[in-house]
Design a binder for this molecule. Structure first.
Ligand SMILES: Nc1ncnc2c1ncn2[C@@H]1O[C@H](COP(=O)(O)OP(=O)(O)O)[C@@H](O)[C@H]1O
Length: 176
């Protein structure tokens, strides 16, 4: 049995996954923050480059094989815009961050993405692609949608997730 939960923090690029994950790591030092973008680089899990989208493709089978070892131990905060590939039995909470179009527009403008990548991400957020993906891939009861428009949202979201994790630990304490 895992002693700590595994949490996915997902959402369209720019919605605040890494900002939230870093704050969660501060609030819950026993948890391990895993940025999949960095994890892919560190473990050489790249599988080519998509010129049109200007993004690195990932060998998802290898990624899941490797990450399953971490997930089985528990206590992972997974930060990635793809959420559906992880084993359902090892995921306890899926947080989908949502940002208003105008704010996301400003945040992505700062990244200087190529026009297609920029518009694909804005469209994806408007069409709720990642939220729907999460709800189709996991029990909808473990999927929560949280606004990430400003700093107050971020702080209250992280405190809510921390409270949830504390309760999970109590509920799953085999010695209790
Ligand atoms: N809730 C929020 N309130 C204010 N700024 C935010 C919020 N979430 C993200 N940001 C800002 O938006 C930008 C993108 O955030 P980031 O965490 O890198 O997004 P992601 O990891 O989803 O791509 C950063 O400059 C970050 O400071």
């Amino acid at each position: 049995m895992r002693k700590l939960p595994n949490i996915i923090v997902t959402g369209t690029p720019g919605t605040g996954k890494s900002t939230h994950s870093e704050r969660l790591q501060e609030l819950m030092p026993k948890m391990t923050y895993i940025s999949i973008n960095k994890y892919v680089q560190e473990h050489s899990l790249e599988d080519g480059f998509d010129e049109e989208r200007q993004s690195t493709m990932v060998d998802e089978d290898k990624l899941v094989d490797l990450l399953t070892v971490d997930l089985e131990k528990g206590g992972c905060i997974i930060d990635w815009h793809v959420c559906h590939i992880f084993p359902e039995s090892l995921i306890d909470l899926v947080v989908v961050l949502r940002t208003s179009t105008n704010r996301l527009f400003d945040r992505l403008k700062e990244r200087n993405y190529p026009e297609k990548k920029f518009m694909d991400n804005i469209d994806s957020e408007i069409m709720e692609i990642i939220l729907n993906d999460a709800r189709e891939s996991y029990d909808p009861e473990i999927v929560i949608e949280l606004h990430s428009n400003d700093n107050d949202d971020m702080e209250s979201n992280c405190q809510r997730i921390e409270s949830w994790a504390k309760q999970w630990i109590i509920d799953n304490d085999e010695d209790a």
